[in-house]
Design a protein around this ligand. Structure first.
Ligand code: SF4
Length: 294
């Protein structure tokens, strides 16, 4: 059996940076340390942070005092204002690449372009971008939604940093006939593009694809969807325990990738479990062939 593991699987730069900042803060003073929402979209990693004393609060109002960590997705203008009003110590772990997307959104808005974001309307990253701008920012996550919008004189387009490149391309193309002038900033992060490309390459070569990451992680869901389009035996799991041995029967080439918020220890456990299950299936197969020879 061959197991092809994506080099890009696991924490991206922004998530690693946010985790490092949280761990450093916890080492210094774990009392009164909070994250606004889960620091990353991975329940096992969030559990690990809780054990270190880092508490998760979904609203700034629920943080009495102390330190709040803003996650890599960024923070909305109203949450930032509330945190300042409450005089909380702020650790801003917003990924610099997300900040760049925020900058381009602002720039297009100031230049008088109608702004279209390719992404999920209620994703914290998109909500944060919108919060700094006036009403009227459009968010679309499928091509047909564009047909109901416009036409525009001047249209500016950016993407949620973890969007699929294919969808971004399709939406930009479908806007061409609906605007006289279009300015596009490809704000999809390089780490995401590399991860998606590599996952696709692996999925083409194998006969079973395993995608590891939180069920609440948008970028993991997209990886699973991208792989699923060309490899029907694609399975999205959160932990090694969810691996079903039936998926591996008669599969000689197995691919493995993981979302940007999947810790390396979980990827390692899945790798080990795939090897263990394949060994077990092999021994089981050998035993039954010996029995049939007798
Ligand atoms: S996926 Fe890219 S933009 Fe998002 S946190 Fe990671 S490095 Fe930053």
């Amino acid at each position: 059996m061959k197991l092809l593991v994506a080099k890009s699987a696991g924490f991206c730069f922004g998530v690693k940076r946010a985790m490092d900042m949280a761990l450093k803060a916890a080492r210094k003073d774990p009392d009164q340390l909070y994250t606004l929402g889960s620091l990353i979209h991975n329940p096992q990693a969030v559990e690990f942070l809780k054990e270190l004393g880092i508490k998760v609060k979904d609203r700034v109002e629920k943080i009495p005092k102390g330190t709040v960590i803003f996650r890599s997705h960024g923070v909305s203008s109203w949450d930032l204002k509330k945190a300042r009003e409450r005089k909380l110590h702020i650790i801003d772990a917003t990924c610099p690449i997300v900040k760049k997307a925020q900058y381009y959104a602002n720039y297009l808005h100031r230049q008088g372009y109608a702004l279209l974001i390719v992404g999920e309307a209620y994703h914290p990253e998109v909500e944060a971008i919108r919060s700094y701008l006036d009403e009227g920012v459009m968010v679309v996550d499928h091509v047909t939604a564009v047909h109901k919008l416009g036409p525009w004189e001047k249209l500016g387009i950016i993407a949620q940093t973890t969007q699929s490149v294919g969808l971004f391309r399709e939406i930009v193309a479908s806007c061409l006939e609906r605007a006289r002038e279009i300015k596009v900033f490809n704000t999809i992060c390089r780490a995401t593009m590399i991860r998606q490309r590599e996952a696709l390459e692996i999925a083409k070569k194998v006969d079973c694809m395993i995608v590891v990451g939180g069920y609440n992680s948008g970028n993991t869901q997209r990886l699973a969807a991208i792989c699923g389009e060309i490899q029907p035996h694609t399975h999205h799991i959160e932990t090694a325990r969810e691996l079903n041995p039936k998926w591996l029967v008669k599969r000689e080439k197995i691919g493995l990738t993981a979302g940007a918020s999947t810790p390396s220890w979980i990827i390692r456990e899945v790798e080990e479990e795939v090897h263990r299950l394949k060994g077990w299936l092999l021994r089981k197969g050998n035993r039954s062939s010996q029995v049939s020879k007798i």
